[in-house]
Design a protein around this ligand. Structure first.
Ligand code: CIZ
Ligand code: SF4
Length: 304
């Protein structure tokens, strides 16, 4: 048995002993996705966390995702296998910084990307994901909003809804923000029949080159349902594994160089095994913060 197969078998045994469910984000390493019970985007996985009968959730992803699971499933034990797995974009804003931005704009709704800490969600009126940001902001019916922390997703919302004045916080995802127009053009020149699917965390000039602007969960559906046979995938490279599982007969191409989020990749099978064996990496959300953060997430779910 290979090391990976041996570790995966050990993980499945430990998960059964502990009564744990393993959730893996779409950007995780292929072998971590393969050992999980569910693979998906952050909100989909947090909903799985709330719905499962298991008392323990191992969340193979980054810290804000495990926190979101804990917000939705407060009575369950949520474990993050690699506690150093953070998100630089989520760290670009704090609860107090958002509170002071909002107090400078009384009455203007605060719309926050789920890629944010619980403390930041707690200062928000409503959360959004990359899959529903445009729909949620449209449904708000506001003339003006404050959008945090991703300036690129916020720009996509602004360009999709020209009647809404979207004020942007200056945050970004390093993995997506670094993609250049030249990289996308080079991939198109090499694969002229392929459709370009780009994530809205990319900069506006990159998004403008795409055939479709989609979240990870939307890319999986789009590639499976679209008659095209080839796709250029402009998001974190972990999604290619999911695409190849969802629609294996099609061909998927990365940009060169590939897009990698180091925080997503530090979770390994060994870390998942150790976390299950030791019960380590438990994630907590402050009791005062949780109900307010939950309200912002629930408003999104009700609207979008
Ligand atoms: O919400 C998520 O899971 C992220 C980070 C990306 C996406 O588009 O699904
Ligand atoms: Fe954060 Fe970007 Fe990594 Fe997602 S891909 S966890 S937004 S740094």
């Amino acid at each position: 048995m290979s090391d990976a197969a041996g570790l995966s078998a050990e993980i499945r045994e430990l998960a059964a002993e502990r009564g744990a469910v393993i959730l893996a984000h779409n950007y995780q390493r292929a072998e971590v996705q393969d050992v999980a019970d569910f693979v998906g985007d952050s909100l989909g996985l947090s909903r799985q966390a709330a719905a499962t009968d298991a008392g323990t959730i191992v969340f193979a992803g980054v810290h804000f995702m495990a926190e979101t699971a804990k917000i939705l499933a407060p009575d369950k034990t949520v474990l993050l296998p690699e506690p150093r797995a953070g998100c630089p974009m989520a760290d670009m804003i704090t609860g107090p910084a958002l509170a002071s931005w909002r107090s400078a704009h009384p009455g203007v709704p605060v719309v926050t990307y789920v890629n944010s800490s619980a403390a930041v969600k707690a200062e928000s009126d409503v959360c959004v994901t990359s899959a529903n940001a445009v729909a949620v902001v449209r449904a708000l019916g506001a003339e003006r909003i404050l959008f945090a922390p991703d300036r690129n997703l916020g720009s996509w919302v602004a360009r999709s809804l020209p009647d809404v004045d979207v004020q942007l916080w200056d945050g970004w995802c390093p993995t997506h923000d670094e993609v250049t127009v030249e990289q996308v053009r080079a991939a198109r020149a090499e694969h002229p029949d392929a459709l370009v699917m780009a994530h809205p965390e990319c900069r506006p000039p990159v998004v403008d080159l795409a055939d479709a602007v989609l979240s990870t969960s939307q890319m999986l559906v789009f590639a499976a349902e679209n008659p095209a046979e080839e796709f250029i995938v402009v998001t974190e490279a972990g999604l290619l594994h999911g695409l190849r599982r969802a629609a294996p007969d099609k061909r998927y191409f990365e940009l060169a160089p590939g897009m990698l989020c180091p925080n997503m990749k530090i979770t390994t099978l060994t870390k998942v095994r150790d976390c299950l064996a030791l019960g380590s990496g438990e994630v907590f959300v402050d009791a005062e913060v949780r109900p307010r953060a939950l309200l912002a997430v629930e408003r999104m779910v009700a609207i979008g």
